[in-house]
Design a protein around this ligand. Structure first.
Ligand code: AMP
Length: 283
């Protein structure tokens, strides 16, 4: 596997692939890799000749400095996992490389409504930071396909919008969420949980399944309140949201019309760690 730190070298490697008419698949990550990330790499290997992942903990997308400082970093293990999975290259940029003018005064993407709801509401500025880093990475890699995880369903929508706003015609492949046997969605942040916390954290997915199972035509606000209360009962410290949203644009579907496909999404804190998850429902 080729390890790249400089954009100039990255571009040289990519252009050799282009000359050979190889298709390029790209997987942006923040590292502390797990089977969820590797599922994206595997999907990319099925679809593309040359697969490149990036590992970069993007300071511009953290609205909470404590969360940034505590973000797990396991670079050597990550590189081994990528090699074993068959990834062809990994890009490990330094901040100076991606943000030569620093992380202040970044580009602003007119994302509209999608960045003011759910994650956007609870993490102001987060999606602008995500768009800035992904846009910069894409400018460097210029892949044929971009691979994203459905675990971050809203991020998938935001990045798709950013691609449209910046006229980048890159198809996005969305890969289903990988879970532990308990149902807990794999996440780098799970590494910060104690064994007890990990067991309790599975309640987040259970609560989403509970909403899915009991979803009714009409007003589901009472159901959402019960699901939130159950999360607290199960040991979560606080709940940012449990929501029902239209699959199409993530607009609120608490008042469900009985036919629109929806996501049921949740974000909650346990042991000071913020976890998110979602499940999809088609009637
Ligand atoms: P992150 O390193 O958390 O920024 O995630 C990098 C990519 O991996 C994103 O597209 C995520 O949606 C995806 N991802 C994270 N966790 C999972 C998971 N459990 N299953 C599938 N994809 C995931």
């Amino acid at each position: 596997m080729i390890i790249l730190k400089k954009i100039t070298l990255l571009k040289a490697v990519i252009s050799r692939q282009r000359v050979a008419h190889n298709t390029i698949g790209f997987i942006p990550t923040m590292g502390a890799l797990h089977e969820g990330h590797l599922a994206l790499v595997k999907k990319a290997l099925e679809k593309c000749h040359f697969v490149i992942a990036s590992i970069y903990v993007n300071p511009a997308q953290f609205n909470n400095q404590e969360d940034f400082k505590k973000y797990p970093i396991t670079l050597e293990e990550d590189i081994l996992k990528l090699i074993r999975t068959g990834c062809h290259a990994v890009f490990l940029p330094h901040t100076n490389e991606l943000y030569p003018n620093g992380i202040e005064n970044l580009a602003h993407y007119p994302l509209g409504f999608i960045e003011s709801i759910l994650e956007g509401e609870h993490r102001p500025g987060h999606f602008q930071g995500v768009c800035n880093v992904v846009d910069r990475l894409l400018q460097a890699v210029k892949p044929d396909y971009l691979f994203l995880g459905e675990k971050d369903a809203q991020q998938c929508k935001v990045i798709t919008k950013m691609l449209a706003l910046t006229n980048q015609m890159i198809p996005v492949e969305i890969v289903p969420t990988k879970r532990a046997n308990s149902g807990l969605a794999l996440s780098s942040r799970n590494k910060r949980l104690s064994d007890i916390g990990l067991t309790k954290a599975a309640a987040l997915y259970r609560s989403l399944l509970f909403v899915k199972k009991n979803l009714i035509y009409g007003d589901n606000s009472r159901l959402l309140e019960v699901a939130k209360a159950e999360l607290i009962q199960a040991g979560f410290d606080s709940v940012d949201y449990i929501a029902i949203a239209k699959e199409e644009d993530l607009s609120d579907a608490t008042n469900w019309n009985g036919k629109d496909p929806v996501y049921i999404l949740g974000a909650a804190y346990i042991e000071g760690v913020r976890l998110i998850d979602n499940t999809h429902f088609v009637s």
